[in-house]
Design a protein around this ligand. Structure first.
Ligand SMILES: N[C@@H](CCC[C@H](N)C(=O)O)C(=O)O
Length: 267
């Protein structure tokens, strides 16, 4: 079956976006993994499937490169806002989000962060503002759900954390029944430097929900004030949040090219 797609990215976090609003497209885990494969497929961190929605302008389904369907993706939300244009409501598994495209990107209300242990979710009750756990010198992370689960470690220099090695160990720790996205952050001059090991995708050039989670954690611990700029390997996002409120994320989004793939031939 031939299928048109858009290749897009948000700060280098890249997506294959398939618009299935007018023609339904059953998506399996194996198919999503095959499209995302950088050698045998198109290649991306996440496959994004757009479908009709009963509650919003569009439904956005998100599949990690490992094929698993997940609840939220900040960078893809900005890309979809750019693709559709104007002010739109986007239904996701993690909530319905309001987004507006701007000249070179988009601004999105990512909703209210959740802090209770069972909302992260964790395997058992703990103080999520400072989890009494550690992995090889990475200690007392902040846990928050911003549509998807994150933990945030504040370290002297985020560049010195070997996320490629420790990221998958933490992601798959039994403490996190849904697995977890792992953020390593450092603060300098009021800005956040962030690197992210993404659940189901590995190290990416940027993670929008990671930036939201880290900004919430930094503001909650009085390490930064809102709005805060978050510098990721692929570029910067601005995150605004006040306790009790919703998170606003603003930043770039890019349409790279349009293409066509034979989905059946990939399997
Ligand atoms: N790249 C994303 C997050 C994608 C989903 C994440 N890997 C998960 O499994 O929750 C972003 O920009 O937020």
């Amino acid at each position: 079956m031939m299928c048109r797609f858009h290749k897009m990215h948000g700060l280098g976090n890249d997506f294959v976006v398939i618009d299935a609003r007018t023609q339904s497209l059953p998506m399996s885990r194996a198919m999503a993994r095959a499209v995302a494969d950088r050698h045998r497929g198109v290649g991306c961190d996440q496959l994004i499937l757009l479908e009709p929605s009963n509650v919003a302008d569009v439904k956005m389904r998100i599949f990690n490169a490992d094929g698993g369907e997940v609840e939220a993706c900040g960078n893809a939300t900005r890309c979809v806002a750019l693709l559709i244009g104007g002010d739109i409501r986007i239904e996701t598994l993690g909530g319905t989000l309001d987004a507006s495209s701007t000249g070179e990107g988009a601004s999105v209300d990512m909703g209210t962060p959740r802090f209770t242990w069972d909302a992260i979710p964790l395997a058992y009750p703990m103080d999520t503002a400072s989890l009494p756990v550690g992995w090889e010198g990475l200690e007392t992370p902040f846990a928050v759900n911003v549509g998807n689960p994150h933990i945030v470690f504040f370290v002297p220099d985020a560049d010195r954390v070997d996320l490629q090695r420790i990221g998958p160990i933490i992601e798959n720790d039994p403490l996190f029944p849904e697995r977890v996205n792992v953020n390593a952050a450092s603060i300098a001059d009021g800005r956040v430097k962030l690197r992210v090991w993404e659940r189901g995708a590995g190290l990416t050039m940027a993670c929008g929900t990671g930036a939201c989670a880290t900004a919430v954690a930094a503001i909650s611990r009085n390490l930064a004030s809102s709005p805060v700029d978050v510098d990721l390997p692929g570029g910067s996002l601005t995150i605004a949040w006040a306790p009790g409120g919703t998170i606003r994320m603003s930043g770039g989004a890019t349409h790279v090219f349009k293409g066509e793939i034979d989905l059946e031939a990939l399997l």
